[in-house]
Design a protein around this ligand. Structure first.
Ligand SMILES: [Mn+2]
Length: 341
């Protein structure tokens, strides 16, 4: 058994008779949020529960191929809000997957806070908030999908993992560890991958669907940013790019089109931290990445209202783009770039 027997037993008890279940994940759901939630939904349905997966925002079109996305209730627009409100009000159990702070649900947070349903957290991020009564929170896991697979196995239901579920979970696993490249790629991640492959997940298919699906304009935007926008500071240890709304418009970018760009500066030897700032109508959205001990999660939490993992975090700024850049450059002095490893 991978998880504390007490937690697994409480989950078993909770699910011992059919329940009305809602699954929620974070805003702008990524491969792990969608993959883990959709697989968990299938599992619960196979166990006889009535399950709805509600997303606080829509998701990028490159993830639409993941099996089951057509069933997702998107809370964003007017109609979605009403439906979500009703489903959450009726829910007996709410599973919170791939996030650990209610604020990551945006407006949906108030619906979750109001609900009297039993809340269960399944998540692998740092510093969980205390809002769930059953908690599976473990930062050793590279992805929520990896946790979901182990939880299903702990519940002695591995036989229920079918091919679409396996592929959903493989999407979450592989996207959160950069297709087994990041330092969260553990022996257990490979063990879970082995289980998922045995259940029919296709690594080549998932990789093609995730990695090689750019529109031409998106690749040209990457080229433009790397050629025109990339700045290196701190003796080449820190790389960053700032992109304006006008540039985003010019390249006709859609949601998620800048995904992955923040990782490219690491191709340069010696880069230890990378940041990508994009100007949105009401905020500057920020992605941080780092290497080794450089902790961008703390950096983002302290200065940019964000957080995440030590080497991958998000944040935001309500200052304008230039002011945000200034603040970023000033706050870099809080990081010690000498002790990477
Ligand atoms: Mn995740």
């Amino acid at each position: 058994m991978k998880f504390p027997p007490i937690a697994i037993q409480s989950l078993k008890d909770l699910l011992s008779r059919p329940k009305k279940v809602v699954i929620v994940s974070h805003r702008n759901p990524d491969g792990d949020a969608l993959g883990s939630s959709l697989a968990w939904k299938s599992y619960l349905e196979k166990k006889g529960h009535t399950v709805n997966f509600i997303s606080p925002t829509s998701f990028t079109t490159n993830l639409k191929w993941i099996p089951g996305t057509e069933t997702i209730v998107v809370c964003e627009n007017g109609k979605g809000w009403k439906k979500s409100e009703a489903l959450i009000a009726e829910a007996e159990v709410i599973f919170c997957l791939d996030f650990n702070a209610v604020s990551r649900l945006e407006n949906m947070a108030m619906l979750i806070n109001k609900s009297t349903a039993v809340k269960v957290m399944i998540d692998h991020h740092l510093e969980p908030e205390d809002f769930a009564s059953i908690v599976f929170s473990d930062t050793k896991y590279c992805s929520t999908a990896e946790m979901v697979c182990d939880i299903i196995c702990d519940l002695e239901d591995a036989a229920l993992i079918d091919q679409p579920m396996a592929e959903c979970l493989y999407v979450g696993l592989a996207t959160d560890n950069g297709f087994f490249q990041f330092n969260n790629t553990t022996p257990n991640a490979h063990r879970v991958a082995a289980v998922l492959l045995e259940k029919g997940a296709r690594p080549d298919y998932v990789s093609e669907k995730i990695n090689n699906i750019f529109r031409e304009t998106r690749l040209r935007f990457f080229g433009y940013c790397l050629h025109e926008k990339l700045k290196l500071v701190n003796d080449g240890k820190v790389a960053y790019m700032l992109v304006t709304q006008a540039e985003i418009k010019k390249f006709n970018l859609q949601g998620g089109d800048s995904e992955g760009l923040v990782n490219y500066p690491f191709k340069i030897e010696g880069v230890l931290m990378s940041a990508y700032f994009s100007e949105e109508p009401d905020r500057v959205k920020i992605s941080f990445r780092s290497r080794g001990k450089i902790d961008v999660s703390t950096f983002s939490r302290t200065y940019f209202e964000g957080g995440g993992h030590r080497n991958a975090a998000g944040g935001k700024s309500l200052l304008n783009l230039e002011e945000t850049e200034q603040k970023f450059l000033e706050k870099l002095s809080s990081i010690n770039f000498e002790t990477v490893n």
